[in-house]
Write a protein of this length. Structure first.
Length: 238
């Protein structure tokens, strides 16, 4: 997997922290890693963005950001309101492909969900993934409602002929409710893809040294980790 595209089923599902965990696990496995943020919104020029947060948590990654827009909106809307040129899927693909010539793994983090628009022509992260022919990792929430959004995302990936690498729960609660525990079995069923990890709630608040040490234990071997989905499911089963 020289390039892995990371999207979410929506906002605030733990996509950036999951990207950092994947990066940290890959680094721990001895791989060189680059992180590309396709379009950063809602952050001023002097503030750290998502790629900076991934580097802070994960360590020695190459970080890149194609565009930054100040308002916390979809990239196409934020670019239009700021009077700035939007990011286009081909530019995302070109930047990722170049980074892939110099790194073992390139993580391309989207903004929000799979079909959030980058430009007024309707270009999306899914279009960039298609140009790259790259697998897509979907970060999901744990609780009630996640099955619907996960199913919709998986169906769209399938419709486009894109490879759904797997699903990661971006924030597993300290005291999971019944829906969350049942979703451990249901998420692979509705997505048609394996559950590849579950990050504990608050993982992004750990000190970087602790985050890097713990990250492989949150992710399955396909993501350079040691997490066992079956054992986790048995432990948390309702």
């Amino acid at each position: 997997m020289p390039v892995l595209v990371i999207t979410g089923t929506g906002t605030e599902v733990g996509k950036t922290v999951t990207t950092a965990a994947v990066a940290a696990a890959a680094l721990a496995a001895g791989r060189t890693v680059a992180v590309l943020k396709a379009a950063q919104t809602g952050v001023r020029p002097d503030e750290p963005g998502d790629a900076d947060e991934v580097a802070r948590l994960a360590g020695a990654v190459t970080k890149a950001e194609l565009a930054r827009f100040p308002e916390p909106l979809a990239p196409a809307t934020a670019a239009r309101r700021a009077g700035l040129r939007p990011v286009r899927p081909a530019e995302v693909a070109d930047a990722a492909a170049k980074l892939a010539t110099e790194h073992d793994l390139v993580l391309v983090e989207g903004a929000g969900g799979l079909l959030v628009r980058f430009d007024d022509e309707g270009g999306t992260l899914a279009d960039a993934a298609a140009l790259l022919r790259a697998p897509v990792l979907v970060v999901v929430s744990a609780g009630l409602g996640t099955l619907n959004t996960t199913d919709l995302t998986a169906r769209e990936l399938s419709r486009r002929g894109l490879d759904l690498a797997g699903v990661v729960i971006g924030s597993w609660p300290d005291s999971p409710d019944l829906a969350s525990r049942c979703n451990l079995a249901d998420l692979p069923d509705v997505s048609g893809a394996p559950l590849l990890g579950a990050l504990p709630a608050g993982a992004g608040g750990l000190a970087p040294v602790d985050f890097r040490a713990a990250a492989p234990g949150w992710l399955a071997p396909r993501l350079d980790g040691t997490w066992d989905a079956e054992a986790f499911g048995l432990r948390e089963a309702p």
